[in-house]
Design a protein around this ligand. Structure first.
Ligand SMILES: NC(=O)c1ccc[n+]([C@@H]2O[C@H](COP(=O)([O-])OP(=O)(O)OC[C@H]3O[C@@H](n4cnc5c(N)ncnc54)[C@H](O)[C@@H]3O)[C@@H](O)[C@H]2O)c1
Length: 256
């Protein structure tokens, strides 16, 4: 069978991270040429090229996207935006202006600018394309004490739909992946702790955290021709976390 992305070219932001790295690796394994962007250089990478870029800095995104496009000889079929500020904990009344600004600048502003540059290149190429934003289940419901992150991911969800509407005429699709808890190097100590595992078992119907490869497989589907009619949607990859109502009457078989 031919590789699923044979002949296609992709840019992945956040490519030094757990999920972005797995997506870049997965795309390359399926025959795509991949240029990765990240603020931090990975220790090692198997990409066609890696470019350092802070997606919160408008000029830096323009320059890096142009550079990436040149490395791909002007052809761009797929963009994945996985770069994000994560973590960050603070009760809403204590959120500072600096925290708010930085989450919005990286997570929403960075997604907007990378997608806009990609859309312009895809329109110029005339072959359509696929924009895949990495949101979160926090775009659908709010985790406690994470309002800047939650708001930024909610923005990514609707930005993705707006892009789907505006770009469909050019054959460009836009979809968001909403991961639930996914174990990556950044959070592995927490995810492997007994209390967190117990929490996952109690709240996630599948009982465990996802792996970066689970998100890469979803991205692969949204990148390939098989998803040609899928646009403006959110693909939730969360082991059922968002599907289950909290149990209001523990012990009862049914609440209504
Ligand atoms: N791991 C999870 O449980 C989880 C759950 C839901 C959503 N997500 C989302 O998945 C995506 C990837 O997260 P991850 O879990 O792999 O975390 P990660 O920290 O491993 O990856 C994030 C990457 O973004 C990069 N980055 C941060 N700020 C940047 C900037 N200003 N410019 C360029 N790059 C920047 C980091 O250097 C890092 O490599 C994020 O959008 C995150 O919000 C993750």
């Amino acid at each position: 069978m031919a590789p699923r992305l044979a002949g296609l070219s992709a840019i992945v932001t956040g490519a030094a991270g757990g999920i972005g790295g797995a997506i870049a690796t997965g795309f390359r394994a399926e025959g795509a040429r991949v240029v990765g962007l990240d603020k931090t250089a990975p220790a090692r990478h198997g990409l066609d090229a890696f470019l350092r870029c802070d997606v919160a800095v408008p000029d830096a995104v323009e320059t890096a996207m142009a550079d990436a496009l040149a490395r791909l000889e002007g052809r761009l079929d797929i963009l994945v935006t996985a770069a994000a500020l994560t973590g960050g904990r603070g009760r809403f009344p204590d959120v500072t202006d600096a925290e708010w600004d930085s989450y919005l600048a990286v997570n929403l502003g960075g997604t907007f600018r990378a997608c806009r540059a990609a859309a312009r290149a895809m329109i110029a190429g005339g072959r359509g394309g696929s924009l895949i934003t990495i949101g979160s289940v926090n775009a659908l419901a709010a985790e406690a004490a994470a309002s800047p992150y939650v708001a930024s991911k909610g923005g990514v969800a609707l930005l993705t739909r707006a892009m789907a509407v505006d770009l469909a005429a050019h054959g460009i699709r836009a979809n968001m992946i909403a991961p639930g808890p996914v174990e990556v190097p950044r959070n592995s100590a927490q995810f492997r702790s007994a209390p967190f595992r117990q929490g996952l078992a109690a709240t996630v119907p599948m009982g465990v955290a996802g792996r970066p490869e689970d998100i890469a497989n979803a991205a692969l589907f949204l990148a390939e021709e098989a998803s040609r009619m899928v646009t403006g949607t959110t693909l939730v990859v969360d082991g059922g976390l968002m599907a289950r109502l909290p149990d209001l009457t523990p012990g009862d078989a049914q609440t209504s």
